[in-house]
Unconditional design. Sequence first.
Length: 340
Amino acid sequence: MIDLIINIVLLLVALIIVIKSADIFVDSLVEVGESLGISQIILGVTASAIGTSLPEFGSAMIAVFSGNPDIGVGVVIGSNIWNIAGILGISSLAAGYIFVKKEELKRDGLMTLLTAVILLIFMLLFNDITRVVGVVLVVVYIIYLYILIKSQHKKSNSEELEVEESTKSEKPEISSSGSVLVEEVMVSGRSRNKNILISLVGLIGLILGSRLLVYSGVEIGELTGVPQIIMGLFALAIGTSMPELVVTVRSAMKKMHSLSIGTVLGSNIFNILIGIGIPSLFMTIPVEKLAVSFDAPVMIGVTALLILLSYRKSKLSRIGGAVLISVYVAYIVTRIYLSF
């Protein structure tokens, strides 16, 4: 009984750490992005997505080196389903809606769908995830990053042209020595460095808080007699996705919609291409039959459903969020039934 109380307290402490760290991470990350001219969606699918996906990546690597590589695949697929059906569903209910730009949904949404399809095809063809598959997955991620860099470069050039046109008739402010005043630039530079440091502190807090959350959750499950398969498939997957949940909800509540949707889509892409790709470079990862016949198709289905619910009106509404959550509940019930 005392152990259960201690773990519940640890769970609550971890939750507070994660929520506070997410606030710090989101606010400072956005300020860094604005100072560098990086759009919210690019920040979401890269820095925020990678940062918040580190628990899943770490879990997959630990599973591989501890002799349980199949757990890593389960955590990744379970997390990806939860990210879309659970996290975006909750976020849209909390914020009222999540605005989605069609060009971003076409690029990042379709890439999320494509990576899920690629993973399923490889699992069907090879049964296991081999080193060759891992190489392909990592290469696909590198190509995706290249596409993002080109997109950001194009956006930056467009914004620079707009600024040049609007300031052609304006003269720079000159000091008595004849040089352009740079004090403001120096101040913004110091602010940027400070925000980068704060972002790292927030990210570390997210990771440590998430690990404590997973540990205490698993302990509670064992103490209360919850089956390991249920804890692994849902508690571990949801626990390692806690950074995405908090960052996405906080971003949506603050009307940072591109960062919100970008974090989830980027996280799902990273989870598959790197979270599975990198571990498979070290050893062949066996895949459970239900993961191929049920979990992976559900992952593809919820991704396609998100695109369908969001594309027409360029937003994920509360109704759409409710649909996604209902799908996740149905998935949980069906998966538990099939597991016994």
